[in-house]
Design a protein. Structure first.
Length: 350
């Protein structure tokens, strides 16, 4: 008989049960005792019939599981992740309805998911399709983890080569100065937000979630940490907690922040999801800066400015909040002229 129990180093319930001659201990991935017990029941049933391929001991409708999964995402992931998963899984549901007869989880085969991938490829960019594949793998991983199926139909689903992504556009230093000049002159209320954006390299969600409790002006530090309604990117999987990140600020940024009124809630106010991007485009259009249309490109600009000033790439990694240096390398947009100057130093070897 299996048991559900708690561990001191995790907020989740854990399961202990027998699978053949082996004792299994694993996280249930939920803080709900009721759901953990249900997962244990399904695990034990799956273990009992593990010699039969994908035996379905309890029929589960796809629509019902998607709702259950999205409820879990809403509690355990960031709000924008929930919105993204919700959109993608709606598209999957429509596809399955159109095919007819695909009602239960065990009706979905690897071929079904490959057909869905080809269907999306015909109507969407490869960058978008990549996200669909990620969500499908996560969804059916949970299907197996929660004991609804014993094999994963998405296990061997391949991603796609991205062929249509737009090149990243970063600000040159003279463009940055003119961008801020135009912003301060023509959009003064937006100036503090965009100045902070470029001088901290924060993600959009991090910037728009900043409150005065996250800033220590006396010590010159900004803290990116979890709070109600906001979970930073970068999860400590063992402890189940988001990692806190500390970003130093310079005197000029401190002065800009001190000029803002103290109020409850987000420092820069509330925005609809796409409004900051629209505001960025208005400023770049006014400044005559072409090609820079995405907020994330300001984060890339921040990283490139630091690199050009000689800051070590591993320090930039920590400032950006990356867990993998390979992610940081994607942010290092060195101008060709800069690289030529570095390569000229090899002439001494000739």
């Amino acid at each position: 008989m299996g048991v559900v129990y708690k561990r001191k180093d995790s907020p989740y319930w854990w399961l202990a049960y027998k699978k053949g001659d082996r004792r299994v201990r694993e996280a249930a991935g939920t803080k709900s005792l009721t759901l953990a017990r249900e997962i244990l029941r399904r695990r034990e049933a799956a273990a009992l019939f593990s010699d039969q391929t994908n035996l379905k001991y309890d029929k589960k409708e796809i629509t019902s599981f998607i709702k259950e999964y999205l409820d879990w995402i809403k509690v355990n992931r960031r709000p924008h992740t929930y919105r993204s998963y919700n959109t993608i899984l709606k598209a999957l549901s429509v596809f399955l309805e159109d095919r007819g007869g695909i009602k239960y989880l065990n009706d979905i085969t690897p071929k079904t998911l490959e057909d869905y991938k080809q269907h999306r490829l015909a109507i969407a960019k490869t960058t978008t399709l990549k996200n669909h594949v990620i969500v499908l793998k996560a969804l059916f991983g949970k299907v197996v983890e929660w004991g609804y199926l014993t094999s994963n139909p998405a296990k061997n689903l391949k991603g796609v080569e991205i062929t249509d992504s737009k090149p990243i556009r970063v600000l040159a230093e003279d463009e940055y100065r003119y961008f801020m000049e135009v912003c301060k002159r023509d959009f003064p209320k937006l100036y503090p937000m965009f100045y902070t954006f470029i001088h901290t390299g924060l993600r959009k969600t991090e910037l728009l979630s900043l409150e005065w409790g996250d800033i220590d002006l006396e010590r010159g530090l900004i803290y990116i940490r979890p709070k109600e309604g906001f979970l930073p990117k970068g999860i400590n999987k063992r402890a189940g907690r988001a990692k806190e990140r500390v970003i130093p600020i310079h005197d000029s940024l401190e002065k800009v922040l001190r000029s803002l009124p103290r109020k409850n809630g987000p420092i820069f106010g509330h925005f609809s999801n796409n409004m900051p991007r629209r505001l960025l485009i208005r400023i770049t259009k006014k400044a005559g800066i072409k090609g820079l249309t995405r907020l994330h490109e300001l984060r890339h600009s921040y990283a490139t400015f630091l690199l050009n000033k000689g800051v070590d790439i591993y320090k930039i990694k920590e400032l950006l909040g990356h867990s993998d240096i390979r992610d940081t390398m994607k942010y290092a947009h060195l101008p060709t002229a800069y690289m030529k100057e570095e390569i000229r130093q090899l002439e001494d070897l000739a």
